[in-house]
Write a protein that binds this ligand. Structure first.
Ligand code: RVP
Length: 493
């Protein structure tokens, strides 16, 4: 006989009860853990979706102090290539710099510069010995792009530094010689690294940036469980990703637990599992060795799982249930999907999440993949579920297999038999990630102030959530007025 549980609650069903506070919003510390090994200064994670996170979004998220998770609607090579782009984007020292040969053409170098968004490249011979550098400055007035690099580059002797040079000494050399790039070479003149002035200015510009031990931005990537998943994980780890998310629609399953255990056994990166929506699901992933647990079955704005399959759990209850298993085990919880306002971040954390994963709130950003769409003078960007027909079609084109998807029944016979669990649409253009994150984190700080919590840990311990009625929700939103001016952090649903 079927059992009935207590009703589940989601964001619109609850409010935090205000509590005594002796802090200002600016004093709230939003530092949190994404996973056992990765600390973030802001609790925001961009979703592994093909209309949300590729390299550009991942770079922007890491610079703000969060992290981006590269989607897997790409061939293995392309996804690993995206990871490589992030890891090379900004670094204390580039350990394996992009180089060219003296025989390459200027057109080759321009292509490299455009791909990696860099302004110049060291030139090495077949033995890896530094023979020169070619930068924008060398190429600016060249009209013949078929010329070989050797004719145009600034040849040795160049200002260089030994491998292991300190950050301060490197900066002093850049400043004294008024140069932008400092190649690091060994006693035999072989190139081992590169320090650029851009990396120093970026550090000042993005003081909260999430970086690895080598000063490179941190990035994650999603994989599935079947097919090429292991090969994909290996390629991503080789490209330098810091965390792998094994991402399936129904994470409370043997396949997911086995995959987590397998990657954990063969690598040192953090491995996150999801999605689940119950305490038992979370416990299974903890037992499999997951470094964080991702929660959410059906809350996503583009998700139709709950209506197609009739299954799911309202997100605030799901997060709380998962945290009852994760908290004692010291395993962080990611609340994935369903967030529409900064207040939802506050509620997710109060319910037990350490971070939140955002799709629709970030899909409209400048840094998300896809072009701007203009409709009646307003700007939009497309946003679609990874289980939507469009995303699955695209996956096939991108080289990933139709049947190895997060959404299960893709293997029943191809596209015409596919049972979608997501829809395709568009969201308003919201500007750069920096502006959106500023509003979201600002709202979180306000919430921490109202609840008297200085840290995320205090929120977990002290916050009280009060279920509200439909009348309470109506009262919560602006009411009895016609809105004439849009606020940067409020939109009507
Ligand atoms: P939202 O932020 O509410 O837009 O939700 C984003 C989340 O929705 C993703 O991180 C993912 O867990 C989920 N998703 C992605 N595609 C689909 C689908 O097609 N059903 N769901």
């Amino acid at each position: 006989m079927a059992k009935f549980t207590e009703p589940g609650l989601t964001f619109d069903d609850v409010l935090l009860v205000p509590a005594y506070s002796d802090l200002q919003p600016g004093e709230a510390d939003t530092t949190t853990r994404l996973s056992r090994g990765i600390t973030l200064r802001i609790p925001l994670v961009s979703a592994a979706m093909d209309t949300v996170t590729e390299a550009r979004m991942a770079v922007a998220m890491a610079r703000q102090g969060g992290i981006g998770i590269l989607h897997r609607n790409l061939s293995v090579e392309d996804q690993a290539g995206q990871a490589d782009l992030v890891k090379r984007s900004e670094a204390g020292m580039v350990t394996n710099p992009i180089t060219c040969s003296p025989d390459d053409t200027l057109a080759d170098v321009e292509r490299l510069c455009a791909t990696y968004r860099i302004s110049g490249v060291p030139v090495t011979d077949v033995n890896g010995v530094l023979v020169g550098i070619v930068t924008n400055r060398d190429m600016r007035f060249e009209t013949d792009h078929s010329r070989p690099v050797r004719e145009v580059m600034t040849a040795m002797p160049l200002v260089t530094a030994p491998v292991g040079v300190s950050r301060d000494d490197a900066f002093a050399l850049l400043r004294k010689n008024k140069i932008e790039k400092l190649p690091l070479v060994d006693a035999a003149g072989r190139l081992h690294g590169l320090i650029t002035v851009k990396d120093f200015t970026k550090s000042e510009q993005y003081p909260l940036a999430t970086k690895d031990a080598d000063g490179r931005l941190v990035v994650g990537a999603a994989i599935g469980v079947g097919g090429d998943a292991e090969q994909r994980a290996a390629a991503l780890i080789e490209a330098g990703v810091d965390v792998i998310i094994v991402d399936v629609a129904h994470g409370h399953s043997k396949g997911l637990a086995d995959m987590i255990a397998k990657i954990k056994a063969n690598s040192r990166v953090d491995v996150i599992g999801g999605n689940i929506a119950t305490r038992a699901g979370a416990q299974m992933l903890i037992d499999a060795g997951a470094d964080a647990v991702k929660v959410g079955v059906g809350p996503g704005s583009i998700c139709t799982t709950r209506v197609v399959a009739g299954v799911g759990a309202p997100q605030v209850t799901a997060i709380h249930e998962a945290s009852l298993a994760c908290g004692p085990a010291g395993v962080p919880v990611i609340g994935d999907g369903g967030l529409q306002y900064s207040g939802d971040i506050v509620k997710a954390i109060a319910a037990g999440a350490d971070t939140v994963m955002l799709g629709s709130l970030l899909a409209g950003c400048e840094e998300s993949p896809g072009e701007l769409i203009f409709i009646n003078g307003k700007q939009f960007k497309s946003y679609r579920g990874m289980g939507s027909l469009g995303a699955v079609r695209n996956r096939e084109r991108g080289g990933a297999s139709f049947s190895k998807d997060r959404y299960a029944q893709a293997d029943v016979g191809g596209e015409d038999k596919y049972i979608p669990e997501g829809i395709e649409g568009q969201v308003p253009y919201r500007g750069p990630v920096s502006a959106v994150a500023h509003q979201l984190v600002g709202g979180l700080r306000q919430g921490m102030w109202y609840s008297g919590c200085r840290t995320i840990a205090e929120m977990h311990d002290r916050c009280e959530l009060m279920p509200i009625t439909a009348a309470g929700l109506k009262e919560s939103h602006p009411h009895d007025i016609q809105m004439t001016v849009e606020a940067p952090n409020y939109h009507r649903r």
